[in-house]
Design a binder for this molecule. Structure first.
Ligand SMILES: [Zn+2]
Length: 302
């Protein structure tokens, strides 16, 4: 089990990324801040983890809503600085919800401001250790990982989980992502981490096994890109249902329409009307046991 006095991993539920609280001489830093609907828990858990140390900084691995959804509330409460990876700072400055992915995923992320943009190969000082910023394109081309050589510990965000990795979102819009994800996995293999702290799920040491699972998955997805599209729709839908708890056919259709609007490849893979896609997706939720039917609505089971 992960245990470190100055690095506390707050493992979170379905909608939220983990939060990693780093205690150092300069105060506490939190890496990633979970989804907005979990914000009360996020504030409380971070307070418990930081103890007397003031929260001075948020560091985001990327700006998806489940990793940055607590930024605004933490910023308001603690006046902490927000450090983000490069590539999206203009979108944050102008709060471009479409290009920040919130609109077409139908997800929410309260507006925050950023104080510093860090770059790949910068070194961040957290928990009195040096963490090298590494690029991790694939799931999201602006995403980074954080590597502490001395501790042999990698914060992998959504590039590597114990069993898999995040949806390869760029591919949905026709931007190559499979090869980038493969390169990211190769980079992780080269580092030979003793510990991986993923964006979702518990920290793990079985890194070779995780890499093997991830590599066979990226092969499987890139062999037939439609699989990545199917997976993306399923993930977006399950996420929204967990947030909303109850969705009508019209709600599902609106979600499908929003996803299709921005993703040409997704449209090509699903040439039928959004209503029909929504109905098929609803059936999948029932079969997977994620939802039950109540009248014309689907209701979350977990
Ligand atoms: Zn993500």
């Amino acid at each position: 089990m992960w245990a470190h006095d100055k690095i506390k991993v707050l493992e979170r539920g379905w909608l939220s990324s983990n939060n990693i609280v780093m205690l150092g001489a300069e105060g506490a830093t939190v890496v990633d801040t979970a989804y907005v609907t979990d914000v009360d828990d996020t504030l409380r858990l971070i307070d418990e983890a930081r103890g007397d140390a003031p929260l001075v900084r948020i560091v985001n691995t990327h700006l998806h809503s489940d990793h940055a959804g607590g930024n605004a509330a933490l910023q308001a409460r603690h006046g902490c600085a927000v450090w983000i990876p490069p590539g999206e700072s203009e979108l944050v400055d102008t709060w471009d919800e479409a290009r920040l992915s919130y609109r077409h995923t139908s997800q929410q992320c309260p507006r925050f401001t950023s104080d510093r943009v860090f770059a790949p190969h910068d070194t961040l000082h957290m928990a009195d250790e040096d963490w090298l910023v590494l690029p991790a394109p694939g799931h999201d081309h602006a995403m980074v990982m954080l590597w502490c050589e001395r501790l042999g510990t990698l914060i992998s965000a959504d590039a590597l989980w114990e069993k898999g990795f995040g949806v390869i979102f760029p591919e949905l819009a026709g931007i190559p992502g499979f090869a980038q994800q493969r390169d990211t996995l190769d980079l992780i293999a080269q580092l030979q981490p003793r510990w991986v702290i993923p964006g979702h799920g518990k920290p793990f040491q079985t890194v070779d096994a995780a890499l093997q699972v991830a590599r066979s998955r990226i092969d499987w997805l890139s062999e037939e890109p439609r699989r990545n599209t199917d997976n993306a729709l399923k993930v977006l839908l399950a996420f929204k249902l967990l947030e909303a708890r109850r969705m009508t056919h019209a709600d599902l259709t609106a979600l499908v329409e929003a996803s299709l609007s921005r993703n040409a490849v997704m449209r090509a893979h699903y040439p039928m009307p959004p209503e029909a896609i929504a109905a098929a997706m609803g059936e999948q939720l029932l079969r997977a046991g994620a939802a039950v039917r109540e009248g014309d609505a689907w209701v979350a089971t977990r």
